[in-house]
Design a protein around this ligand. Structure first.
Ligand SMILES: Nc1ncnc2c1ncn2[C@@H]1O[C@H](COP(=O)(O)OP(=O)(O)OP(=O)(O)O)[C@@H](O)[C@H]1O
Ligand SMILES: [Mg+2]
Length: 186
């Protein structure tokens, strides 16, 4: 039987007097898309931040593909194949698309060689997911919908198999929302 790609069980998280997550269970099967719905302050971002290693749960367990995991920080989440696109993007507006995708994932060695490698890896991901972006464009000059694409590409480039999107449609126009759902379904 297929194991959930992600299984959260009995997750609790308190911030002082606020019990932000109370005994949360969530199972996500491979190849599926889940929407988590709740009013402001319901604890959605907190739960996703726990999965992304930004917060540690007070109690509860996380399994990936049926195996218990600990996610000690966001770097750890990325290395285990979890990517997150935050509601407010984490892009450097004055950098190009390519520079933003490389940032923090340069590795060692010559920068121009690294840039060529990223560039060709990016082309592959773009073709596979139909995520077209001009990699030489300055991020701050791009519409928000395209900036979001850059964030998604950045996560995929880092090897994300699990993609967490925090309120991804909040910043988009109705037309961009349609395109965004198209990308998710690819
Ligand atoms: N770092 C923090 N320190 C203290 N309290 C926090 C912290 N992060 C979240 N909270 C509180 O925890 C609760 C859950 O917040 P969270 O941001 O997870 O909700 P949400 O469902 O994502 O809400 P929204 O729809 O507004 O994004 C809220 O009461 C919030 O004020
Ligand atoms: Mg939130």
């Amino acid at each position: 039987m297929t194991k959930p790609a992600i299984q959260l069980q009995g997750i609790n998280k308190r911030f002082g007097a606020v019990h932000a997550n109370k005994d949360i269970d969530l199972a996500v099967m491979p190849g599926t898309i889940h929407g988590i719905v709740g009013e402001n302050g319901a604890g959605k971002s907190t739960l996703m931040s726990i999965l992304y290693g930004f917060y540690q749960a007070d109690s509860g367990t996380i399994e990936m593909d049926g195996k218990p995991v600990t996610i000690k920080d966001s770097q750890d989440a990325i290395s285990q194949g979890i990517g997150m696109v935050h509601q407010h993007f984490m892009l450097v507006e004055t950098f190009t698309v390519l520079e933003n995708i490389m940032l923090g994932a340069e590795g060692h060695g010559l920068l121009n060689v690294a840039m060529q490698n990223v560039s060709s890896a990016l082309k592959k991901i773009e073709n596979e997911y139909g995520l077209k972006v001009d990699s030489d464009a300055i991020v701050g000059e791009l519409p928000v919908g395209i900036q979001q694409r850059v964030e998604i590409l950045k996560a995929l480039y880092r090897g994300a198999r699990i993609l967490i999107l925090d309120e991804p449609t909040g910043v988009l126009t109705p037309q961009e929302i349609e395109q965004f759902f198209g990308i998710l379904n690819t």
